[in-house]
Design a protein around this ligand. Sequence first.
Ligand SMILES: [Zn+2]
Length: 469
Amino acid sequence: MNKSTCDILIHNAQLFTMDPDRKIYSPGAVAITGSRIVAVGPDAELRERFDASKTIDAAGAIVHPGFIDAHNHIVHTSCRGIFGGGHDAESLPVNFADWKASVTDADEAAATTMAGIEMLRNGFTMFIEPGSLFSTEAAAEAVERVGLRALFSPLYLWDRGESFEAIPTLASPSLMARATIDHDRCIKELDAELHRNKNTDALVRGYIFVYGEGTASPELLRTAHACARENNVPLHIHAGYLPEGADLYRTLTGRSHLVHLQELGFLDENTVVVHANALDADEEAAVHETGCKIVWCPIAFFSLGITFDITFKMAERYRRGVCVSLGTDGARDCTPGETMLTAHQVAQSYGDPVSPGTLLEMQTLNAAAAAGLQAELGSLEPGKRADVVVRSARSSEAYPDNNLVHALALRLRAGSVDTVLVNGEVVFSGGRSTRVDELEAYQTVSKSVNERAERLGIELNPEWQIVNG
Ligand SMILES: [Zn+2]
C-alpha cells in the first residue's frame, strides 16, 4: 500500500478526540497537513498510513484539542496582586475602572503577551476578548506573535450609564472619557473588528460584544443584533452578573433583563449571555425558549461573594441542552487553567455536580460554539484546524492514569504542557514558547504594571516586607 504524506504526525498519545462518541485513542495519533487535521485514529494504523515530514512522540502523554477561554478580559490579567478578588479596592486612590482607563498601547501589548504565554502553558489555544481593548491592533499583534487565536470586539459598546449605580467600580470619569457612553460612537464602531474575518486563516477574528448589564439602549441592542447576523458572527453580552444589577434593571425598565432582551429579538441561538449568575424564573425560561448560549465564569462568580444569594443553575441548564461554555472573565487571582476545577467545586458546593467530561465539553466544543467556530475548532477530527496540545508524560498530576478524563479536566494545569500547535504550527515546544523570549515578556509586563501603578498613585505595598540585597 502506498503511504500518504502529511506534515506532522503526533503519535504514542492518549488522544482525546472530543468527537461525537468522545473516543480516546490509546495509543492514538493525529496527522496534520498545513493548518488542518487530516486523520485521527489508532497509533499503529496512522503510522502505517502516513509518511510524515515531522513526527512528535507524545511518549504516552495526553494529547487534546486546545482549550478555548470563552470570556477573558485578557489585559486585566496584569492587575493580579493589585485589584484582588472582586471590587474591594476601597483603600486605593483609584478604582478598577480608572485602572482600565490608564492603559497604554504598550501596556496592552505587554499584558496580552504575558497572558497569551500563560494560555499556552495551561493548554489553551484561544480566548474570546469582550471589547475591553483600547488598541486591538497592539493586542492582535501580541496574540499573533505568541501564536494564539483570539476573537476581538470593538471597545465597550454602551450607550446608557444609569446601571453602573449597581456596580460603581466598573465606571469612572476617566474610563467614560476614553470609552464614551455614546450611541453614535457605538453604532459607528459596531463592525470595526469584522474586517479581520475576510482572511479565513486569520488567528485574530472579529465579533460583537455589547457590554450589557443595562448599559445598552433598545436601539443599540437591535442594531448590534442585525449587524452580527448580517456578518454571521456571534453576539455576546454580560447579563445577570450580580443580584444588585438585576434588581436595578427591573427598577429602571419594569422588566427583567433577559426577558427584555427576548422581547427585543436579541436572544437566539447565536447570542451568548455571559455570567447568568442571577436570573429570575422568567429569565431562565427565556434562556430555554430562545436557545441562547451561556458562558459560565466560575472563578469570577466565587470572587463576587454571592454564593448565598443565588440559585445555582449551570448544571441544570447543561442537562436541559443549553450550550454552556467556560470563561475566566478576569484572571485577577487565578490563571485560566483553574477554571474547570473551580467550576467543578462550585457545582459540588451546591450539590449539583458537573462531571469532568462535561467540563471538558464546556472548555472545548461548547466554547468553540460560543466563538461561532464549531466547524473549525473544539475537537480533533479530520478537516478541523490543527490546534493541538501535547501534555508532558512527566507530569505527576497525570497519574495514576486510570481516569484520563478526570486527570485532564481537574488536575493538569500550567507546567504540564510540553508542546502546542496552533493552526498546524508548533508555537510551544519542550515546555517553552518557540516564538517569544518568555523572561523578557515577563519583565516587560512587570515594568509596565509598576509604571501604571506609579502614574495612578497606587503604592504597591506587599503584605510582607521585601528586603533588597
Ligand atoms: Zn466580562
